[in-house]
Structures are given as C-alpha cells and as structure tokens.
Design a protein around this ligand. Structure first.
Ligand code: TYM
Length: 508
C-alpha cells in the first residue's frame, strides 16, 4: 500500500480503496463486495453464513417470520419469505416497539454513482415500501451525492484531476430519486433528500457530535481507509449514521428548530421525545459496517437514541454468477432500470451464468442446479408466485426444464418489471420529485392500538407515537391502556426485550 503521507499516529491500515490487489479472502464492506478466490483463481459464491459469524449479526428465523405476520396481520414480502433478507440486528425490538408504543421510523438510502439504478438497488426499496405500507410509519431516504463524489475523487490517482464535480453527483441523485419514487412511496409519509441540498440544522449538529465519537482508527477498521484516504470520506460515515436519528429531522415530526432563538421552554423535553423514536434500516449487508459504528454510539449522544435495528439482505448477484454483486461500475454485470426489453434479453441470454449441464443429453440425465443459476436467482427476487418458483426449481433439477427455458421465463419477468417501472418513472416529474424532497410534517398512523402508548422507547419521556404526538398533541389512542390480553402480551415482549438486551455488545 502506498501510504507516503506524513501523518502521525494511526497505524497503516490495509486499504482496498487504495490498493486494488486481488485478495483471496471474501471481502464485504460498503466499498467492496467479492467472494473468496480459490487457488485456481475461481471466485466462490459469497458465504453468508460466514458473514453472519464475522459481522456478529443474527439470522432471520422462521420464528421472526411468524411473529412479523402476527404483528402485521399480513403475509411477509417474498424477499423475506425466501430469506433473501436473511439477517438482522434487533428486529424483534422494532416489533416490540411497534406493538407497545405504536411507531418507529424507517431509514434507507442510495449512493448515486450513476444516472440509472440497477435491478439490485431496487431490492431494499421494494422491501422498504412494503414495510412502510404495513406499519404505516414515516420513511426517510438519504441520497449520498457527497459520499459518491468523495469516493470517486478518492479512487482517482493523486485526488487531483478527477474530472468530476459535486454537481455531477447531485444530477445523478435527482435521476435516482425519480427511479426510487417510481417504485411508489407514499408522499404523505416519505421524505427524500440529497446531502448537498439538505444537510444543515439539527442534522449537522448531530453529525458533528457523532464525528466526535469516532476515531480515525475506528473508521479505518470499519471501512478499510488508510492514511491517503481523503478526509471527506473519513468523516462521511457520521452523516450516514446520524441520518438514522429522528432528531435529525424535526420538521418531519412537526417541530421547528427547537434549539434556535425562539426555543420554547419545553423544547428539551420534545427533543428527548424525538430522540426516543426507534429506527429500522432495511439494506443489503454491505452497509452494515456503518450501522455497527452507529449502534455502539446511539446511547452516547447527549439525547440518547435507542439502538438502531437492521434488516439485511443478500446481494442480487452479478450476471456472471454468485461471487459478486450486480454493480453499476461494471455494466456487463448489471441490468439497469433504463435498459430496453431487447437489452434485457441480450444480457440474460449472453451473460447470465447457467446452472445447467454442458450438453443437452447430460442436462436431461443429471439435471441442472438452480442454486447457482443466475436466471433462477433473479426469479427468486422478482417472481411473486411461490408455487411457480418451486415448480421451476424442481423441473430444472430433474432435467425437464432447460437453461434456455429458464432464461426465457426470467427475461419475460424482468422485462415486465422494468417496462412497468419505466411507465411509472415517466410520471415522476420534477414537481412530483420536489414535493417528496420538501421538509414538511409527515402524516402517519403507526399501530392503531399500542399496548403502552405513554411509555417511551428509552423509558424516559412520552414517545412520539404519531406526527401529532411528537408535537405535544395527545392522540385518542395515547389515553388507552390496551386490553388485558394486550397488556399480558406486552409484559412477555418486555421480558424478551430484556433478555435480548443482555446479549454481548456488538463487535466493533
Ligand atoms: P448503494 O447506492 O451502494 O446501494 C443502495 C442500496 O442498495 C443495496 N444494494 C444492493 N442490494 C441488493 N443487491 C445488490 N446487488 C445491491 N447493491 C446495492 C445497498 O445495500 C443499499 O441498501 N452509502 C449507501 C447509501 C446510503 C444507505 C443509507 C444505504 C445512505 N444511507 C442507509 C442503506 C441504508 C450507498 O452507497 O448505497
């Protein structure tokens, strides 16, 4: 690694941002997603069981699925049913909070590295949209134009002549905002912003406080930074972290700048109330290192936040196979949401890795392997019908269904998904986009009958169980204590939460 900068104390940390030498180890972090490379140079599939061990996250179990369906009264999304969202941190606690106190905030994001999102990027957003509908909760979506600018500059030798400007990434962000909105988020409950346009006020104050809680060594360890990483990128993580705090967005909860000159006397209490709203982050597991740093510091803020919950997905694989993720920086690995139907057809036919056999005869005799077949894998993300999916796998394994036929089915499904998307995308005008990006009070109902509406998530103050409640107004349901059965269920859930809280601290 070339770390010639005369910077003092921090040890030279091996950095993939600076050193692109192929590594034999599996590597997953926000800037690298690659399976292990074996001695023959073959890239292996990403080992998610190992990731669970290494990251110290928990697997999502059948029990979680059942509890989720009981709490929401609805069937879980296909991505959850099929364990493509496969792991979590404190997902149980978010369900507890919803049952007891009525609401939480959803937070996710996108780093606009190109003008069009690819199929893989739609995965967390499709899932988040469904969670928002099921729980009737507010959602913030962060567009990290600053991160992608800093990252691009960092990649460019010498950091001097990158040939890109912040505006380029702001433009990408706007295009991507339209992509995200075309997936259909509720305008009353959704706030979407780009860092270049929005950051300031309470957000910036939280970011500054959070920056003071993270050392260079900790950032270097989590993200693979080295002494030559630009200082913008080193500090960026704090912004992605505090974006999870409802207190970074007082407007969305009907509060003004309550540290400003017109600061009302009860403002401190209100800030604590806002800080007590828990957050759930749906994303792929590459983003987990940010939120590991976040979780270990939530409670050290002046106004402490409950530890953020996470629900984490696998990566929609690259067209070439399961050793890497679909990535915008390699156009042959990805199907873009702007691709035409014939581009989709050509990409799948030409590049999609097949789990079929060498010859037709062999395939008929021995059968194919859907687990590594890219066309089947894509169907498992986008085909709604569980029975059809199972049938395709069964017939592929038996040799009855051929690779070409599996690809045909995949092409048809993706063409439909992408062309429907493109139709909706056309309707997302600048005006529509700006409405979602306007800081304003969001309208959401949360759980209509929480069991403990008055107790706060941090046990301190009243929890903001709706936009109105955060504003100090009492809602009708805040006065109810719940039925006997509900109170009993709440006690059980609380016991469970206490048990969970006794687990070892997250690994740093
Ligand atoms: P970005 O733009 O790399 O990715 C956006 C979201 O898509 C997920 N993702 C994928 N999911 C499935 N299959 C894939 N092949 C795939 N590639 C990417 C990512 O995990 C992410 O959820 N720094 C972030 C932006 C961000 C963010 C957040 C993401 C800011 N705040 C909070 C998640 C949650 C980024 O560059 O994401």
């Amino acid at each position: 690694m070339a770390t010639t900068d005369a910077v003092g104390a921090p040890p030279a940390v091996k950095s993939d941002l600076e050193d692109k030498k192929a590594s034999a180890q599996q590597q997953i972090d926000p800037y690298n997603v690659a399976g292990e490379v074996d001695e023959q140079g073959n890239i292996k599939a990403i080992d998610y069981d190992r990731l669970i061990q290494e990251f110290g996250v928990q697997p999502l179990t059948e029990e979680h699925l059942r509890r989720f369906e009981t709490v929401t009264g609805k069937k879980a999304h296909r991505l959850m049913r099929r364990k493509l969202f496969f792991s979590h941190r404190d997902f149980d606690k978010i369900l507890d909070a919803y049952e007891q106190h009525g609401t939480f905030m959803l937070y996710t994001g996108r780093g606009p590295s190109s003008g069009s999102m690819h199929l893989g990027h739609t995965v967390p957003f499709l899932f988040t949209k469904e969670l928002q509908e099921m729980f009737d909760v507010p959602l913030v979506i962060m567009m990290t134009d600053d991160e992608k600018y800093l990252y691009t500059r960092n990649k460019t030798e010498g950091h001097q002549k990158a040939g890109v400007a912040p505006e380029d990434f702001l433009d990408f962000a706007h295009e991507n905002v339209k992509d995200i909105l075309a997936l259909g988020f509720d305008p009353m409950k959704t706030f979407i912003y780009t860092d270049y346009e929005y950051l300031g006020g309470h957000f910036y104050r939280n970011a500054s406080e959070f920056e003071s809680l993270v050392t260079f060594n900790q950032a270097a360890g989590a993200f693979g930074f080295g002494n030559s990483t630009n200082i913008g990128l080193i500090a960026y993580g704090a912004k992605q972290c505090v974006a999870a705090f409802p207190s970074s967005y007082p407007d969305l909860f009907g509060l003004k700048d309550y540290r400003g000159p017109d600061y009302p006397p009860e403002a401190k209490r209100r800030h604590k109330t806002l800080a007590s709203i828990p957050t759930l982050i749906p994303c792929a597991i590459d983003q987990e290192p940010y939120f590991r740093i976040l979780r270990d510091r939530c409670e050290r803020m002046t106004d402490p936040h409950p530890k953020t919950s996470l629900i984490l997905s696998k990566f929609l694989t690259a067209l070439q196979g399961p050793g890497g993720k679909m990535s915008a920086s390699d156009p042959n690995s990805a199907i873009f949401m702007s691709d035409t139907s014939s581009q989709i057809k050509n990409k799948i036919n030409k590049h999609a890795f097949s789990g079929g056999r060498e010859s037709l005869e062999e395939h008929r005799k021995l059968g194919g392997n859907p687990d590594v077949d890219v066309a089947f894998t894509y169907l498992s993300y986008f085909l709604e019908d569980d029975e059809e999916l199972e049938d395709l796998a069964k017939r592929y394994r038996s040799g009855e269904l051929l690779t070409g036929e599996m690809k045909q089915r995949c092409i048809a499904e993706l063409q439909k998904f992408v062309t429907d998307f493109q139709e909706r995308r056309k309707k997302v005008t600048d005006e529509v986009m700006r409405e979602y990006m306007r800081p304003r009070k969001l309208e959401f109902g949360g759980n209509p009958s929480p069991t403990k509406p008055k107790a706060a998530a941090n046990g301190d103050e009243g929890t903001a169980s709706s936009g109105g409640a955060a504003d100090g107004e009492k809602t009708a349901r805040e006065d109810g204590r719940g039925t006997k059965g509900e109170r009993k269920a709440a006690k059980l859930a609380e016991k469970k939460a206490q048990k969970l809280a006794q687990r070892p601290k997250d690994a740093e």
